[in-house]
Design a protein around this ligand. Structure first.
Ligand code: FAD
Length: 318
């Protein structure tokens, strides 16, 4: 079922959902199930599975020479989605990127998803590969997520890349896109970022999931600005509980979001990461309670492959 239908059917009740990462290559799919199992009692209508593009690894081949190798450390997004839908009565949402995909690759990926009865896709640009500063699209690929949304929407109307194909069947994907209450790192202003967010909606996206934030005011202000700009689709908040002291630096660096001073003070006071984990849970519970009270249809948690703290939060909220 589509995310938008799940929201319509919930009759104003806030629902629980979460995101998982494919395991590192070499690990078994059971590690995914071990993370999902403890969270199923909270009846998530959907689970997101991230997509991880290739990385460049330089191997020393002697004589001062390095050989560039392309590696995918976390493959398996489509297979994991199929396995989740097969094992649990829940929609699995694969993330799909512009980065690393030609339009042809994208089309073939979407055909697989359609055959697997996957109803939703999260359309993203992706970041630059780790060794590069700026995002570079594939030669025959997309530069922005709005172009990817356009291609998916074309397929929803039976329009394939090869316009000689006849009697094509239409896909029926519900398309989600990303948004950033604290602005995407490359956007010159929040206004500019919202302008391009609106473009993704105009092209056919029907719901939004936000980057993590730790101060609900940033989310509420962002939603208000979006509504003023005429964006009417659901804006699902993304939440992540802090779990280690290191994340005080890592999260702002990696995700370009601020941490509230009160949270920083509490984390700094902790003697070990067990205490940090507890602070992170309590902070996230408070955020969740306020969002739930405001009637937000879905709270979406970034599990990052660990379900214990998400379970502790969900127990308090759902
Ligand atoms: P876009 O919407 O294309 O925007 C990128 C930047 O370009 C923004 O600054 C925007 O303002 C600007 N822009 C957009 N259109 C135009 C235009 N026409 N002209 C000029 N500027 C423009 N990454 C992964 O690799 N795998 C994942 O699974 C993944 N999942 C994510 C899930 C969520 C909920 C979120 C919030 C992010 C996720 N990301 C993931 C990270 C995401 O790929 C990066 O943040 C990426 O840098 C931007 O992706 P986007 O889809 O928001 O890009």
């Amino acid at each position: 079922m589509k995310v938008t239908e799940h929201i319509e059917k919930s009759n104003g009740r806030t629902q629980f959902s979460f995101e998982i990462l494919p395991p590192l290559k070499g690990q078994h799919i059971q590690s995914i199930f071990d993370n999902i199992d403890p969270l199923m009692e909270f009846k998530p209508p959907f689970i997101d599975v991230t997509y991880h593009r290739e990385e460049y690894v330089y191997k020393d081949v002697g004589n001062g020479l390095l050989k560039k190798q392309v590696v995918k450390k976390r493959p398996g997004t489509v297979g994991i989605c199929a396995a989740i839908q097969n094992k649990y009565d829940v929609d699995a949402i694969p993330h799909i990127l512009c980065g690393g995909f030609t339009k042809e690759d994208t089309e073939n990926f979407l055909v697989d998803l359609d055959f697997l009865d996957i109803d939703n896709v999260m359309a993203l640009r992706g970041d630059a590969v780790k060794s590069e500063t700026y995002f570079r699209p594939e030669k025959e690929g997309h530069t922005y997520a709005s172009e990817l949304v356009d291609q998916i929407e074309n397929l929803n109307h039976g329009k394939f890349l090869d316009d000689e194909l006849q009697n094509t069947s239409c896909t029926n994907f519900c398309i989600g896109v990303a948004a950033y209450p604290e602005k995407h790192m490359e956007a010159p202003s929040l206004e500019s970022d919202i302008h391009f967010l609106k473009k993704k909606i105009k092209k056919g996206a029907t719901y939004i999931v936000t980057q993590m934030f730790f101060d609900n005011k940033k989310y509420f202000d962002f939603v208000e600005k979006c509504r003023k700009e005429g964006i009417t689709v659901p804006i699902i908040p993304g939440l992540k509980p802090i779990a280690t002291k290191k994340q005080l630096n890592l999260i702002p660096h990696r995700f370009h979001v601020d941490l509230p001073e009160a949270l920083i003070i509490e984390v700094v006071k902790c003697k070990d990461n067990k205490q940090v984990r507890q602070v992170g849970i309590e902070w996230c519970v408070e955020q969740s309670k306020e969002l739930q009270k405001a009637g937000i249809p879905v709270l979406h948690y970034y599990s990052m492959g660990k379900s214990n703290n998400i379970k502790a939060i969900a127990k308090e909220i759902f």
